[in-house]
Design a protein around this ligand. Structure first.
Ligand code: NCD
Length: 338
């Protein structure tokens, strides 16, 4: 596993971005640097429990326009673990309800001297739009069905922590691939690090077009279970669907829930992941969710490490090489520089 040893006094000069908007546009080296930094911060904070002060004096705003339990709390705690102040913005009690535009609201928050905005919104591309209008760092905490980069990173971090290497691992993403931002971030991150990715679910939720990216498409969970090193079990995102993609939840669970029976036909060391919230009995049964190979709660702990790394790399130090949109200047993000 490549490692970038550094102290936490300075942000590594090889980190060229102000924002974290998606994994699609990061290089493999940049993804590895994020994961390595998360590993070092996890260790330095005694498993994400102890506090550091490397972001003392910085202010992070959580701007969530969609429900969240884990991600919002995780970003707040990650910022606090590094000594930053956190402001929780709630859309319902704000001037958005008085007709103020989203961009004007964000610009007003920026004028109060904040350092980064963590944004979750149901419209894909919202963080990218904010990044064009703000000078502070923007971190995507989920934009519609598009991407959820820190979830992808924490899933990959959790796999790497167990397997030692992502390259060559076979990872099955099972469930509502069509509406899952977690699936999209996993696909980009895993492919860039050399994993074999299989997406599996009913034809109404898993398009054949994934094959164009080099991803295997399967509609039969029983066929793929014995071949996988990892299964990441994704929730049916009913909130993003206009029509029912299958006749009944019962029928879906019969075909696609990861059950104890199916686990018997898997490799002994198969790892079970789920981003949460999990619906026991739908995408995963309780015995599998709580089995020894389940990393579901490890993922939550590792989410703190990944978000600490994201905050520190993006707003620990402002790099002059970063352009207005947060993109690397030529030469700075080339693969191999890490
Ligand atoms: C995911 C999300 O919000 O996209 N959850 C999360 O961030 N922990 C997945 C989901 O809601 O199913």
């Amino acid at each position: 596993m490549p490692s970038v040893p550094h102290t936490f006094d300075t942000v590594p000069q090889v980190w060229p971005h102000r924002h974290l908007l998606d994994l699609e546009r990061l290089t493999p080296g940049e993804i590895r640097l994020l994961l390595d930094t998360a590993a070092q911060l996890k260790e330095a904070t005694a498993g994400c429990r102890r506090k550091l002060t490397i972001l003392a004096g910085r202010t992070i705003v959580n701007l969530f326009f969609e429900n969240s339990t884990r991600t919002r709390t995780s970003f707040s705690l990650a910022a606090r673990r590094l000594g930053a102040d956190v402001v929780e913005f709630s859309a319902s009690g704000s001037s958005l309800s008085k007709g103020e535009s989203f961009i004007d609201t964000a610009k007003n928050l920026e004028a109060m001297g904040i350092d980064a905005v963590v944004v979750r919104h149901s419209t894909p591309g919202t963080p990218h739009l904010l990044a064009q209008h703000l000078d502070v760092g923007v971190i995507n905490a989920g934009d519609g069905a598009h991407e959820h980069p820190t979830q992808g990173l924490l899933d990959i971090f959790s796999i790497r922590e167990r397997l030692g290497d992502i390259s060559g691992a076979t990872v099955g993403l099972v469930g509502d691939i069509a509406h899952s931002r977690t699936a999209r971030s996993n696909v980009w991150g895993l492919l860039k690090l050399g994993a074999k990715v299989i997406v599996c679910g009913p034809p109404t939720l898993v398009s054949k077009r994934w094959e164009e990216l080099g991803v295997e498409v399967s509609h039969n969970l029983d066929n793929i279970v014995p071949r996988c090193d990892v299964l990441n079990l994704l929730r049916i995102q009913f909130e993003r669907q206009n029509t029912r993609p299958f006749p009944s939840v019962r029928e879906y669970a019969h075909l696609y829930a990861m059950t104890g029976e199916r686990l018997k036909r898997a490799r002994k060391d198969l790892l079970i992941l789920a981003p949460g919230p999990i619906n026991r009995g739908v995408e995963v049964t309780a015995d599998v969710a709580d089995c020894p190979q389940s990393l579901i709660l490890d993922q939550v702990t590792n989410g703190l490490a990944v978000r600490m790394a994201t905050l520190w790399l993006t707003c620990g130090n402002r790099l002059p090489q970063t352009d207005q949109a947060g993109h690397a200047q030529p030469g700075l993000s080339a693969e191999g520089t890490l």
